[in-house]
Design a protein around this ligand. Structure first.
Ligand code: BES
Ligand code: MN
Ligand code: ZN
Length: 495
């Protein structure tokens, strides 16, 4: 898809669909006013007909408008002018692209420069437009025999005067496009079934990234190598599976090699049956999404390479399949982690923390400035936050604040839960240094408490994305979160 910035009067723009916005009180945006005059009050006629067309998210398509070069005009309701903020803008853009996709328009021109959200600038708005266009264009068909007809969209342009801002806005369109594509990549990996998207498949994705980007290198540790490193906890998860676990290391070098990196670590359970602590069968298919943290790491690494961020980043993926079997880990088994700490595995379904703890110990060797892990870790996070918030827990408040701010900025929001010492005793074990579960209460917090035992010396934050990473029901599918949050955070860091 091509994105561009066009100047000139809206009635002269040649496009399949020109989009202008209407406020809820019926007032026309500046561009809509121009089109209204040219079309001899076609638009104000519709607005004054009494039909409500200015509600946020509503759209109305006008075919073959007179005296205008565009084939169609799409009137997009923008809601209350005074309340038009970043979230409204997101909703407006989503509704526009959904309508355009439905009619199959192959070119679109957006005249929205007079309705920028009051809490963001032009560049944010432009990047959001291309991001949403990419995300709207995605559909899953990898494992369908009939392929979905792709959205035959060739070009999207936005209008902007004066011309001197063109370059900057085009850069923002590019940035949004890169983020949108990365979100789609994470969605695709999440949506792929567990019999295709195995630990080996994820490792291949990392190698593909290294092949594609000069500044990315990848390395995949086998079970044998992990045994040598003493990763008894990670390996306990894959013990019951025929699929070999992989620890995937992706390094992006965007600045001089001695600049300490930022680290992102993803949970990559390519299918979570629960192991011997077997899950109930209802809805178990959704546990193919248990690698969405890993998917967000892989997609983010590719995206920052495309954006050429001037920092170093290391992305780690702890990939394994959690299965029951004669060699599977049993409740009560005690394993030794790479850190030397022993863990009593009281529930084999609390496997995410078992793979992450060894990955978090391993990542120390890169001397990261900060570490963020991303994991579909607990059902309790779904119960607490539903699908809207990423749960955030951290041992470093400045880092937590940065993540909260970035989430607001890109609307991939996080909400912080406490990581107080008072919760730590819930992990007491009579037979090991620590138990892998903390009982039925405060599940998201005790899971983070477990991880915190392996990040004591680090500035570390944990994102539990169990609720945000995918949707259930009719819209079942991966959301690509929190790719935009991670990209936003890394974009704001310095080398
Ligand atoms: N992958 C699941 C968490 C999960 C559950 C995500 C439901 C999304 C929806 C994780 O491995 C898990 O099974 N967690 C257990 C932990 C418990 C045994 C302490 C959970 O949350 O039930
Ligand atoms: Mn589990
Ligand atoms: Zn899991």
């Amino acid at each position: 898809m091509r994105y561009s910035v066009k100047g000139g009067s809206p009635e002269k723009i040649v496009t399949e669909c020109i989009v202008v916005s209407i406020w809820r009180n019926g007032s026309l945006s500046d561009e809509a006013k121009i089109l209204d005059i040219k079309t001899k009050k076609l638009i104000s006629g519709l607005v004054n007909s009494g039909d409500a067309i200015g509600n946020l998210g509503d759209t109305l398509l006008v075919y073959r408008p007179p005296n205008v070069s565009a084939k169609r005009i799409l009137l997009a309701g923008a809601g209350d002018r005074k309340k038009f903020n970043a979230s409204s803008a997101k909703k407006l853009i989503e509704s526009i692209f959904k309508s355009c996709r439905k009619i199959g328009a192959s070119s679109i021109h957006l005249c929205l420069s007079s309705c920028e959200p009051y809490d963001r600038d032009k560049h944010w708005f432009a990047a959001r437009i291309s991001q949403e266009a990419e995300v709207t264009g995605y559909s899953y068909d990898k494992t369908k025999s009939k392929k979905v007809k792709p959205w035959a969209i060739k070009g999207i342009s936005i209008s902007q005067e004066p011309r001197r801002q063109k370059k900057g806005l085009e850069a923002s369109l590019k940035r949004g496009q890169a983020i949108g594509r990365a979100i789609n990549q994470a969605r695709e990996l999440g949506n792929l079934p567990g019999n295709i998207c195995t630990p080996t498949y994820l490792a291949q994705q990392a190698n593909d990234l290294a092949f594609k980007h000069r500044k990315i290198s990848s390395k995949v540790l086998s079970e044998k190598q992990m045994t040598r490193l003493g990763m008894g906890s990670l390996l306990s998860v894959s013990a019951g599976s025929a699929e070999e676990a992989k620890l995937i290391v992706i390094q992006y070098q965007g600045t001089k090699s001695d600049s300490k990196p930022y680290a992102i670590v993803g949970k990559g359970i390519t299918f979570d049956t629960g192991g011997i602590s077997l899950k109930s069968s209802g809805g178990m298919d959704e546990m193919k999404f248990d690698m969405c943290g890993a998917a967000s790491v892989i997609a983010t690494m590719g995206c920052i390479a495309e954006l050429k961020l001037p920092i170093n980043v290391v992305g780690l993926v702890a990939a394994a399949e959690n299965m029951p079997g004669s060699k599977a880990t049993k409740p009560g088994d005690v394993v030794t982690t790479m850190s030397g700490k022993t863990v009593e595995i009281l529930n084999t379904d609390a496997e995410g923390r078992l793979v992450l703890c060894d990955a978090l110990t391993y990542v120390e060797r890169f001397k990261p400035r900060t570490i963020i892990d991303i994991a579909t870790l607990t059902g309790a996070a779904v119960a607490t936050f539903g699908s809207h918030a990423n749960a955030l827990l951290s041992n470093d408040q400045p880092l937590a604040n940065a993540i909260l701010n970035c989430g607001e900025q890109c609307l991939d929001r996080a909400w912080q839960l406490p990581l107080w010492d008072e919760y730590q005793p819930l992990l007491k074990s009579n037979f090991a240094d620590i138990a892998n579960i903390g009982g039925p209460r405060a599940g998201t917090i005790t899971a983070a408490c477990f991880l915190s035992r392996f990040t004591e010396k680090q500035k570390w934050a944990h994102l539990d994305i169990a609720g945000s990473a995918w949707l259930s029901g009719a819209q079942k599918g991966a959301t690509g979160r929190p790719v935009s949050l991670l990209v936003e955070y890394l974009s704001q860091q310095k080398s």
